[in-house]
Ligand binder design. Structure first.
Ligand code: NDP
Length: 242
């Protein structure tokens, strides 16, 4: 491990949904490693000490405007962490088409939009890192989560296609697949749902956002230069086997 050298180059980083939860932990972890970190938010403002740009990932014009601000502030985005995401769980029989497409639009099409906008400058700069925050659910599926699981599984296809398109240009595209991480998203679950999830986790505990951030920090570092098209679980063993 080249901890002391990890960040001899501070990269220009953008984390979508970096104003809270896992995204904020990722942004703080990358800033601590010496990178120049910007985050998107949807009106909450920038977290203390981080550069914030307002953008909803369902809107390509807002994304373009946000990238322009980041480029002016810290240079073209070299490390893109596509983290923004939502869920809207219900069984298939009850899931409206709007519920399905809204989740896919934010989680999957949103990732496509930001990746597309970032790619041209990564190509120009002959260096880039795409890191997509998926979920254990994208690989294992989840009852009541057809929309969410489809969006998260789709990110694997996006990352692996980018690896094939851009891998020879010094650009990597990887996926992080968190398990049960304590954030606002999981705090919405009922006590019974939380207990049922815990019973399935070999590590015997929920994960912390900082533990996802550590893996993202590795993927952004020079140590991960030859890791491409990978799906890295951060789930205490919950999803073992895929
Ligand atoms: P939170 O609900 O705590 O945070 C979600 C973040 O995404 C917020 O910053 C939110 O912004 C942002 N966001 C949502 N929709 C949009 C949008 N349309 N445009 C821009 N930003 C948006 O979730 P987590 O921190 O728990 O989750 C972060 C990521 O990790 C998600 O992709 C989630 O699916 C994934 N994940 C989470 C797990 C967990 O156990 N918590 C497990 C596996 C994956 P705002 O503050 O404006 O709402």
């Amino acid at each position: 491990m080249l901890a002391h050298e990890e960040c001899y180059v501070g990269r220009s980083v953008l984390v979508t949904g970096g104003n809270r939860g896992i995204g904020l932990a990722i942004a703080r972890g990358l800033a601590d490693a010496g990178h120049k970190v910007a985050v998107t938010h949807r009106g909450s403002g920038a977290p203390e000490g981080l550069f914030g740009v307002q953008a909803d990932v369902t809107d390509a014009e807002q994304i373009d405007a946000a990238f322009k601000q980041v480029e002016q502030h810290q240079g073209p985005v070299e490390v893109l962490v596509s983290n923004a995401g939502i869920n809207d769980d219900t069984l298939l029989m009850r899931m409206s088409e709007e519920q399905f497409t809204r989740v896919v639009d934010a989680n999957l099409t949103g990732a496509y939009r930001v990746a597309k906008r970032a790619s041209r400058n990564m190509l120009r700069g002959k260096w880039g890192r795409f890191i997509f925050v998926s979920s254990v659910i994208g690989l294992s599926g989840g009852a009541g989560q057809v929309n969410y699981a489809a969006s998260k599984a789709g990110l694997v296809g996006v990352a692996r296609s980018l690896t094939r398109e851009l891998g020879s240009r010094n650009i990597t595209a990887n996926v992080v697949a968190p398990g049960f991480i304590v954030t606002d998203m999981t705090n919405e679950l009922t006590e019974d749902q939380r207990k049922a999830a815990l019973a399935q986790i070999p590590s015997g505990r929920y994960g912390e956002a900082a533990e996802v951030a550590g893996v993202v920090r590795f993927l952004a570092s020079d140590d991960a230069a030859y890791v491409n098209g990978a799906v890295l679980p951060v789930d205490g063993g919950l999803g073992m086997g895929h």
